[in-house]
Design a protein around this ligand. Structure first.
Ligand code: SF4
Length: 396
């Protein structure tokens, strides 16, 4: 059912007002709007820009702890306790399954059904490599997510195989066919939203028209282009060689404007996410030099190990669902300290152990743009049992 005209903007304004009030008070009045869930630390793809799997060895060692230990699977019981906590806290708008590859988790449909039931509406979105969609798409759709996003990352098989290092011949066609079959199953266009996403590498920058044609053929609702994250580790930018050149990026923007002109005729929304002054790769430093990070009021993330992290660009562990309930973590001292450090980002005091200069949560953080750093952030001392400098919790 679609919202009445104006309802969405009214909802957004209410959410912004609430964020402003919570930020001024220094404490959230409800749970996170967005809960990221990484149900399994394994993937069936090897994207050339994925730090989890293909960061050069020396940089991976230097970046230890940012990425997830392989081989963990989030138990259903842990997820169900989290969902009940979110229901008690209230305020959750979406539970987003990402990875790794969430479709490799055998019980993903049970997770979606349970979250929808516990939170009282279709609240789940799934991000996928698309490689298991032919095999599992139908059961995922039967569980009723509000959206499914597939990482297409290429407009041709050759580019796909250059980007996905373990792709076999025919995988790209299987990915496309999986999406085609999935969208054919939707009962009505409004019921589930389907999205293709493509990280803008040099190859993708040249294939905007090919990707758009595939989006039309597959009848997706959204085509999102995402800026490449280059990960500066020890002064070295990994994946710089994949980034569009200045000329390449200019042509990409021209092609994007072309397809945007006709996208509405095909019922497709085009997105290009990232900071406005980026030149093709993500760099959000300028934004967080002027605006506080408010992610601690808006979102949270759980790894397959059951650890609660504040965002997907941070290696801080703020709690452990194997030992605590989510609401105790969300309203507890470690989160309070993280929010305080987030409120101080304009002064350069960024949360430690977080990749804030290339914040992957930049879009989520945007509702905080224009908020001034409140007095409590500069003056409040952390509660007695909080750590003043957050460090990952000891491993179990
Ligand atoms: S990366 Fe930094 S600025 Fe972005 S959400 Fe995480 S802590 Fe906030």
């Amino acid at each position: 059912m679609s919202s009445p005209p104006g309802a969405k903007s009214q909802e957004t304004a209410v959410a912004r007002d609430r964020l402003g009030a919570d930020f001024a008070a220094g404490r959230p009045s409800r749970g996170p709007e967005t809960m990221y869930v990484f149900p399994i630390s394994a993937c069936d793809a090897r994207c050339a820009f994925c730090p989890q799997y293909v960061l050069p060895g020396d940089l991976l060692a230097a970046a230890g702890g940012y990425f997830y230990e392989q081989g963990h699977v989030l138990p259903f019981d842990t997820f169900s306790r989290l969902a009940r906590s979110l229901a008690r806290l209230g305020g959750v708008r979406e539970v987003l399954f990402a990875g790794g590859e969430p479709l490799l988790h055998r019980r993903l449909p049970d997770f979606i059904r349970f979250a929808n039931k516990t939170l009282g509406r279709r609240v789940c979105g799934v991000t996928s490599s698309g490689l298991s969609m032919l095999r599992r798409g139908r059961e995922i759709l039967d569980a009723e997510p509000f959206g499914v996003s597939v990482s297409i990352n290429a407009g041709t098989e050759a580019t796909y195989r250059a980007i996905n290092r373990t792709a076999r011949p025919g995988d790209f066609q299987r990915l496309i066919e999986g999406m085609r079959q999935l969208t054919a199953l939707r009962p009505t266009r409004e019921r589930t939203r389907f999205r293709f996403s493509a990280v803008v590498t040099r190859g993708v920058a040249r294939e905007v028209h090919d990707i758009f044609r595939l989006a039309v053929e597959c009848r997706v609702d959204v085509l999102a282009f995402l800026r490449l994250q280059t990960y500066a580790v020890n002064g070295r930018a990994a994946y710089d060689d994949l980034a569009p050149t200045a000329e390449n990026h200019r042509l990409f923007l021209d092609d994007l404007a072309d397809v945007s002109d006709t996208s509405r005729d095909h019922g497709i929304e085009i997105e290009y996410c990232g900071a406005g002054d980026d030149r093709g790769v993500r760099n959000t430093r300028a934004h967080f030099d002027q605006n506080p990070c408010v992610i601690g009021f808006l979102a949270s993330a759980v790894t397959a190990e059951g650890f609660i992290r504040p965002c997907c660009s941070s290696r801080l562990v703020l709690g452990d669902l194997n030992r605590e309930e989510f609401e105790d973590i969300w309203l507890g001292p470690r989160y309070a300290e993280f929010r305080r450090l987030g409120a101080l980002t304009p002064s350069g005091a960024r949360p430690p152990d977080s990749w804030c200069d290339e914040c992957l949560n930049y879009e989520d953080n945007l509702p905080g743009a224009g908020l001034a750093t409140p007095a409590w952030a500069a003056t409040a001392t952390a509660p007695r049992d909080a750590v003043s400098h957050l460090l990952p919790l000891p491993r179990r």
